[in-house]
Ligand binder design. Structure first.
Ligand code: PLP
Length: 368
């Protein structure tokens, strides 16, 4: 039976493994870049009120075009955007999937620069789009030159840029995005899932949308809005590009409850920003503290930190887990990724690293 099903499966899916970040029940979970803070009580009350207004009307399909929510997103984004420039879906993963469905697909290519978001190749695979990895420099930076050359060489139908990048935390200079757009014939997507955590809050590709009709800025409520469980992502682009996405979206893809909850949370953006500020503070604390321990740490504009100096990353991951702290092995040699937590969680992580370094120095490869 197993073999029969395998043979019935699309050939390009045979033998593949699904996305699978471990979901372990440990006291301190700092492995999937979630916002460490629960929704504050006053924000929860606003969201509940929005939700409860929808319940009796659940016999009806939701607003298919999520017009009110898109207008709220446009107001949040500023930059003169309107509801027509915005699209919304169940997480930015669905946003990206719809972009690939509309502009990629069998016989087409999407270019990415790995290591980057692990879902990009998986979304490409699911939509039958060939994923081309053009890599990065050894220090994981990405230059305008590298991007230009890769695009010229491969002539992709779509390009994925991520700023700040996951898992490295690196923000892209504006000239890299400009170079990609100039060199590309196809759609250029800038995945800005973490942009609210950037040290320079104005460093967004939204600044460059005007007049660039193939440019897409993808965003999510999963990180800055502490809303990963609600599954809400959105994009900003030229209204004509947004219209094309209606060709592939499932009718009524975004439930009335999701739309209402998102509008409630958006109404509280200012309150939620306070927690973003605290997480940025904890992120900077992690960077400083790990560097003081002699570990090489990438500069981060996100809510997580990639650190190296590990002789055996898998063993360090396990030893830190034994201290009750779950972090992420992203598969980069000698490196691990840690999401900034609350002050207590961050302290628990830093203490765990200190303990492991003292007990098992052979797992590290620092100069100190
Ligand atoms: C977490 C993350 C997302 C968010 O995905 P959602 O589907 O919105 O939860 C998107 N892009 C990157 C690079 C991420 O790390």
């Amino acid at each position: 039976m197993t073999e029969e099903l395998e043979n019935l499966l699309r050939p390009d899916l045979r033998g593949q493994t699904p996305y699978g970040a471990p979901q372990l029940d440990v006291p301190v979970q700092l492995n999937t870049n979630e916002n460490a803070y629960a929704i504050p009580a006053d924000v929860a009350a606003v969201i509940e009120e929005h939700l409860s207004r929808e319940v009796r009307g659940l016999n009806r399909y939701p607003d298919r075009d999520a017009t009110a929510l898109r207008a709220d997103f446009a107001a949040y984004l500023g930059h003169g955007l309107t509801a027509d420039h915005v699209w919304a879906a169940n997480g930015s993963n669905e946003i990206l999937q719809q972009l690939l469905q509309a502009f990629g697909g069998p016989g087409r290519t999407v270019l990415g620069f790995m290591p980057s978001y692990s879902m990009h190749p998986l979304l490409a695979r699911g939509t039958g789009t060939a994923f081309i990895d053009a890599g990065r420099e050894d220090d994981y930076t990405l230059s305008a030159d590298h991007v230009r050359r890769a695009i010229t060489e491969h002539d992709p139908d779509l390009v994925f840029l991520v700023s700040p990048n996951n898992p490295t935390g690196t923000a892209l200079d504006a000239d890299v995005i400009e170079a990609a757009y100039e060199a590309a014939r196809g759609i250029v997507i800038v995945d800005e899932a973490y942009v609210e955590f950037a040290r320079d809050p104005n460093s967004t590709a939204l600044n460059r949308l005007e007049g660039r009709r193939r440019l897409v800025v993808s965003r999510t409520m999963s990180k800055a809005f502490a809303f990963a469980g609600a599954r809400v992502g959105y994009l900003a682009a030229d209204p004509e590009l947004v219209e094309k996405l209606l060709l592939v979206r499932l009718p009524y893809h975004l439930s009335s409850l999701t739309q209402a909850a998102a509008r409630g949370a958006l109404a509280c953006a200012a309150q939620l920003q306070a927690e973003v500020d605290e997480l940025k503070h904890q992120r900077d604390r992690i960077v400083k503290n790990l560097r003081a321990k002699g570990l090489p740490v990438a500069d981060s504009d996100a809510n997580f930190v990639l650190f190296g100096g590990l002789a055996d990353a898998a063993a360090v991951w396990r030893a830190v887990l034994d201290q009750g702290v779950l972090i992420r092995d992203v598969g980069l040699p000698g490196c691990l990724r840690i999401t900034a937590g609350t002050e207590e969680e961050t302290t628990a992580f830093l203490d765990a690293v200190e303990t492991v370094m003292a007990r098992r120095p052979e797992l590290f490869s620092t100069d100190s």
